[in-house]
Design a binder for this molecule. Structure first.
Ligand code: COA
Length: 319
């Protein structure tokens, strides 16, 4: 097996790999990966995607790539096919990841590396990440079937709060809420965007404007606003990830308004809005250490169908 710079290859060379990967996203997570493939294909055709390709007898059998956000690198994906001479897909994926680590760890401008390989079951690459000094966090992929949900949820809120659908101009206030909601939270170790207003806004732009995680739905997404200040104190964001599946990309509540049932209400409102769009199931991801949130999701009818790893590496002295 040869490993070469991914920028040598245009999208058609990777088509068999991307098709096999799309199939796995569909069967394992009910996620339509084709929109992501179209985006990747544009970057590949422009020879702009940093990463590595594995080759066997002149055919691409796997790839791994990263994206840069200022001084952070995010390992976007790794995926390989079984191949006659290189062996099992897992081995090829490991080789590709090791190449990516070597590149990034030796890039002095990269202070931090984050990775959430959603498709790959927890454990598949854990040891590799740990050996390269990453911190690894187990995350759960939960699914709630919507069959049997027929009536609109009853919403009861304290008088000072108002619930309404998401509006485009909510981005800045929503960014402020994310910083407050995730202060000293394990998810802000995994995703450093949650730690600052600038980072949270970037996270929201990616979800809302750039379809970074499915197609954003403003009908499903809702905010709870404090009437006197106009500030958002709770929110839920939802996207369509396939014909049949919706995905909750964010749910959070300001510490001052916790344990009043806001998250439960928002989950019901979003579920009903998804149902009206013809969706038959909703998924979301949650860090295993976030026990309160997991209890809430289980009580709302979600159950675990998959686990995956989030991994973080921070260059020493540059936290
Ligand atoms: C998790 C979170 C969204 C819950 O919001 P909330 O509005 O306080 O939740 P609710 O009041 O609707 O709680 C519903 C149930 O969840 C469970 N729960 C929520 N917070 C809990 C806590 N701190 N301790 C114990 N159970 C808790 C309880 O079962 C609760 O029901 P109960 O109050 O009748 O006992 C909120 O704590 C939060 O924003 N956390 C930080 C961001 C986050 O973790 N988001 C989820 C990422 S996947």
């Amino acid at each position: 097996m040869e490993v070469l710079d991914l920028r040598h290859f245009a999208a058609p060379m990777l088509r068999p790999v991307l098709e096999a990967e799309s199939e796995l996203w569909q069967t394992r997570l009910h996620w339509d990966y084709r929109a992501s493939v179209r985006l990747l294909a544009q970057y590949l055709d422009n020879h702009m995607l940093p990463g590595f390709a594995a080759l066997d007898a002149g055919q691409v059998t796997g790839y791994a790539f990263c994206v840069y956000e200022e001084t952070k690198a995010v390992v976007g994906d790794v995926f390989a096919l079984d191949s006659p001479s290189a062996g099992a897909a897992l081995e090829t994926e490991r080789t590709l990841l090791l190449h990516l680590f070597e590149l990034l760890l030796n890039s002095p401008q990269v202070d931090r590396i984050e990775s959430q390989l959603l498709l790959h079951p927890s454990g598949a690459h854990t040891a590799l990440f740990r050996d390269a000094s990453f911190q690894v966090f187990r995350r759960l992929f939960l699914v709630r079937p919507l069959a049997g949900l027929w009536s609109a949820p009853k919403v009861r809120l304290p008088a000072e709060l108002e619930l309404r659908p998401w509006r485009d101009e909510d981005l800045t206030s929503a960014g402020r809420l994310i910083v407050e909601a995730y202060r000293d939270h394990s998810d802000s170790i995994i995703n450093d965007q949650y730690r600052t207003a600038h980072g949270s806004l970037r996270f929201l732009h990616n979800i809302v404007r750039y379809a970074g995680c499915g197609v954003f739905s403003a009908q499903v997404s809702h905010v709870v606003v404090e009437r006197h200040s106009g500030e958002i104190v709770a929110l839920i964001l939802g996207s369509r990830v396939s014909e049949q599946s919706g995905h909750i990309t964010q749910v959070c509540v300001h510490p001052h308004y916790r344990r009043c049932g806001l998250a439960r209400t928002l989950l019901s409102v979003a579920a009903y809005a998804f149902l009206r769009q013809g969706v038959s199931e909703i998924s979301l991801t949650v860090t295993e250490a976030n026990a309160h949130a997991i209890n809430l999701y289980l009580a709302e009818g979600y159950s675990r169908v998959h686990t995956f790893d989030a991994a973080v590496w921070q260059r020493k002295g540059r936290a």
